[in-house]
Design a protein around this ligand. Structure first.
Ligand code: ADP
Ligand code: MG
Ligand code: MG
Length: 892
């Protein structure tokens, strides 16, 4: 018989997979001797059992009964007791936190009888009725699936009838009235009355939490955050403590540090006489935690001491949910807190300075994704009018069209519009809209509101609580003092750091971190902020510990320069096709149309000097760092007009009676001749070199002459020539012969002392090349994995079509969780990489191995490349800092 139930006193924070984050940390706090109400966790195993079998594990019911009995013993109250009932909360809690995504039911165990016992025991009829109506509301919405607004509207009606400003203004009579109405709603909507049996309430709540794992919003969230759908959630059953008991009771949330700066301080919100979700829901205006010191000084001091204990223990920023019952503090949740990207860096280095962690551990506390966020542009400074101010809840600069509901945001975003989701407050069903929007703006709620918490978790720009804005989703407009300031579709700009809202589109500029990473701001510059110094320090640690080198993909001298400033240690991929575009199109066309060898040679001779100049520029920009130049790769038709366009143009001209130039006919014939059904599998890469005499020879000559030229000027270039799309060693050998011939000619022509150090290698981007890597390595000095094409050819996916096509369905159906073009498929494509690396190194121990596909800048892929023992990754210049950081993290 398996054990599906663990009392808090038995678990620990390291059991997140089994107990979920909430359960594991409740157990940890219990072990630390902190005031946690007794309770137990039903494991994620049970949830997975339910997912697979469609019913609870048979032993669960008895185990829950026994655990509940144990809680009853500790509290001295029994579940369902008429005189003095034990009440519990039933709370979700997955291994990876999904804030606000799943369900919680409070006050389970109340019914028409026990509510009387609770009133008698507490001496407060109001408190008992308030607790009961909350249970009815949460149970009705969560377990029975009744629209939450039905309850809210009914509550509002009673509030109006009684002239109460908010829930706190409702007396016992009013609350009893609400209880009556809620019971009617449930009976009406559900077809049967609210279950009076506490055991049935408990069963229903537990099942509802399990089911909430697969609620649509939870699925969307997991897809967005790449969380495995198989994990399942745990369920925590916790003895209730009451923040709504009396004037000396309260509930709140707190952080041990400022989650946006990492500064030590008092940071949080609370409400007196309230329960649970009131704080997050933004229903009542919360009070800042500092005020708690005046209202409930003893509990406040206890809270501060507890926060110190937690920080000391977790050695990190923690966030906390607490409740005070008649002056006594209870801890209801803690976890290592979600934080902004900037705070992650600041907190990590602050903790090093405080001696809590060492620098290597600090490196594990930040990520490439966070660094990327810090490189996003910010609003340019300058005089401008602020339309409104809210709280900067999640930093970033977002510009977009005002949209009032999530569905519209999703639809508009799919059409390519940039939108801001503007709401009074968001709720969990807004997740899809938040993901699709550039930023989120709310008029209500604080830094711990749903919008703020979720946006921070997603790294989405958010301004919340801009109270001067009157957001009217029905009229689809925003008013201020009765005047319309924006209608749906109008553009606003929001600054998630300062909380400012601007009318219109504000220009953006590089962020401070981007300026630093691009070499425009030194870390020791007095203007540099603490954040830049912190980034600088952790980049230093990453550079020190990493084994893989980081190169950049760059085609021009300007790109190369930029890449170097960002820390690139070479160029892993210089594409030569860019060099063939623009003004040189005419010469390329001439080459393709050449009728005889003489014409072809003439065209090649015209291209040569331009190529040489381009290569020389690239080599000069990179000094003594390696530069890998790939010979021409794309199908030639890319340099010619489109077949359909051209045919239509000529047909129209003929119709209009215009004479068709012979040249036009020639181009059409060539386009027709080169047309292919599957150009990506057609005449490209090494196949071009083998079929068009002199083409690769010309490119190689340009490269070698550039090398000699730069060397003659005192430079020390390190050139690598890379042959694309090789599938057989014979292709490579044939091209190498041509390269050898050209090398001889060039050195002979240059006279004495001219020396070339050029290395020759190939891309591995076809499955056959990976499998035959052993023999290919005998003819290559390096391999560079072209993971884009390798993914394409391994899966048989056309990258240009599938990402906009059926991938959506694949993700929805759980076949793919990520696009294999964004994050390397480590099982399939990864296996080919492993085979190629092993076989290549076996025949050529000096072989250099690198990656030049998009995956070179993807954190998860980088960790995999490190594990294969590759020598370098190459990515776009802007990703270089991220790659440096992740290469460092991969070693820890
Ligand atoms: P979430 O995961 O959405 O934060 P929780 O399970 O933490 O949901 O529950 C939300 C809130 O309900 C908690 O922050 C706490 O204030 C309240 N709550 C949960 N359990 C209890 C309890 N046993 N006693 C009092 N309040 C509780
Ligand atoms: Mg919580
Ligand atoms: Mg390729």
């Amino acid at each position: 018989m398996s054990t599906f139930v663990h009392p808090f006193r038995e678990g620990s924070k390291d059991q997140k997979d089994l107990l979920g984050g909430k359960g594991a940390n409740l157990a940890e706090m219990t072990r630390l001797g902190l005031p946690v109400p007794p309770g137990f966790t039903i494991t994620t195993d049970a949830c997975r059992y339910v997912m697979h079998h469609g019913q609870n594990p048979p032993e669960l019911a008895d185990q829950v009964t026994a655990a509940l009995e144990d809680v009853a013993q500790q509290i001295g109250r029994r579940f369902g007791d008429r005189e003095d009932p034990l009440l519990v909360s039933v709370r979700s809690g997955a291994a990876i936190s999904m804030p606000g995504m799943m369900e919680t039911v409070l006050n389970v165990g109340l019914n028409d009888e026990t509510v009387q016992g609770l009133a008698a025991q507490s001496g407060s009829e109001r408190f008992a009725q308030d607790s009961y109506r909350r249970l009815l509301q949460m149970y009705g919405a969560t377990v029975l699936g009744i629209e939450a607004s039905t309850f809210e509207e009914s509550l509002e009606a009673v509030r109006e009838e009684r002239g109460a400003a908010d829930d706190a203004g409702l007396d016992a009579g009013a609350l009893e009235e609400i209880v009556g109405r809620y019971k009617q709603i449930i009976e009406r909507e559900n077809g049967s009355p609210f279950p009076q049996d506490p055991r049935e309430q408990l069963r229903g709540s537990i099942s509802a939490v399990f089911e909430s794992w697969n609620a649509p919003r939870a699925v969307i969230y997991r897809n967005a955050e790449h969380i495995d759908h198989e994990l399942g959630t745990a369920v925590n059953v916790v003895a209730m403590v009451f923040g709504n008991l009396d004037e000396r009771s309260a509930t709140g949330v707190a952080f041990t540090r400022d989650p946006s700066t990492g500064e030590h301080g008092i940071y949080g919100d609370f409400l007196v006489g309230a329960q649970g979700e009131d704080v997050v829901a933004g229903i009542r205006n919360t009070r800042s935690l500092e005020e708690l010191g005046e209202v409930l000084p003893d509990a406040y001091q206890e809270l501060l001491r507890t926060m110190d204990v937690l920080e000391e223990h977790y050695r990190d920023l923690c966030d906390i949910e607490f409740t005070i019952e008649s002056g006594k503090l209870w801890m209801l949740q803690t976890r290592v807190g979600k934080r902004t990207a900037a705070a992650a860096f600041l907190i990590a280095t602050t903790l090093v300075d405080e001696g809590a962690i060492d620098e290597r551990e600090a490196l594990t506390r930040v990520s490439g994704a966070q660094l990327t966020r810090l490189m996003f542009p910010r609003f340019a400074s300058g005089e401008r009018e602020v339309l409104a101010r809210g709280m900067g809840a999640s930093p970033g600069a977002a510009v977009g069209e005002v949209v009032f509901d999530s569905e519209t945001v999703i639809a508009r975003a799919q059409e390519g519009h940039e939108c801001l989701l503007v709401r009074r407050e968001t709720n969990p069903d807004d997740l899809g809209g938040m993901l699709a929007a550039e930023g989120v703006l709310t008029s209500r709620g604080g830094k711990t509101s749903h919008a703020a918490v979720v946006a921070r978790g997603l790294g989405k720009t958010c301004v919340c609580g801009a109270e001067s804005l009157d957001v009217d989703p029905k009229a689809r407009e925003i008013r201020m003092n009765g005047e319309v300031v924006a209608r749906e579709g109008d553009v606003l700009s929001i600054d998630g750091a300062t909380g400012e809202v601007f009318a219109g589109r504000i220009p953006v500029e590089p962020s401070e971190v981007a300026q630093y990473l691009e070499g425009d701001l030194a870390a020791d510059d007095p203007r540099a902020s603490a954040l830049v110094r912190s980034v600088d320090r952790l980049m230093g640690v990453a550079d020190e510990v990493r084994r893989m080198q980081v190169r950049a993909n760059a085609d021009t001298a300007a790109d190369a320069q930029r890449a170097r400033q960002m820390g690139a240690q070479g160029i892993g991929l210089a594409r030569t096709e860019h060099i063939f575009l623009g003004e040189r199109r005419a010469q390329v066309e001439k080459l393709i149309l050449a009728g005889d060898p003489a014409e072809r040679e003439e065209a090649l001779a015209e291209l040569l000097p331009a190529q040489r100049a381009d290569f020389a520029g690239l080599l000069r920009a990179m000094g003594d760092l390696p530069v890998t130049i790939r010979l021409l790769d794309p199908p030639l038709h890319e340099f010619l007009p489109d077949l359909t366009d051209l045919s239509v143009r000529i047909a129209r001209a003929e119709e209009a009676g215009r004479r068709i130039e012979p040249h036009e006919r020639k181009v059409l014939a060539a386009v027709e001749r080169l047309h292919e059904q599957n150009p990506m599998l057609g005449l490209r890469g090494v196949r071009l070199g083998l079929t068009i005499p002199g083409l690769f020879g010309m490119q190689v000559r340009a490269i070698l002459e550039a090398e000699l030229e730069v060397r003659a000027d005192g430079g020390d270039p390190h050139v690598e020539i890379m042959i694309p799309l090789v599938g057989s060693v014979r292709e490579l050998r044939a091209i190498r012969h041509e390269i050898d011939d050209v090398t001889e000619e060039v050195t002979a022509g240059a006279g004495d002392g001219a020396e070339l150090t050029t290395r020759i290698g190939t891309m591995i981007e076809l499955p056959r090349a990976a499998l035959r890597a052993g023999e290919i390595a005998e003819a290559a000095e390096f391999f560079s994995f072209g993971t884009n094409d390798l993914t394409q050819t391994t899966w048989g996916f056309s990258r240009d079509d599938v990402e906009a096509g059926f991938f959506f369905t694949y993700k929805e159906r759980g076949i793919l969780s990520d696009s294999p073009f964004e994050s390397l498929d480590q099982y399939g494509v990864g296996e080919l990489l492993r085979i190629a690396a092993e076989r290549g190194r076996a025949t050529n121990p000096d072989l250099t191995l690198g990656v030049c596909g998009e995956h070179g800048g993807d954190p998860a892929s980088i960790h995999f490349f490190h594990s294969l023992g590759l020598d370098y990754v190459s990515c776009s210049p802007f990703r270089v800092p991220v790659a440096r950081l992740e290469c460092g993290r991969a070693t820890l």
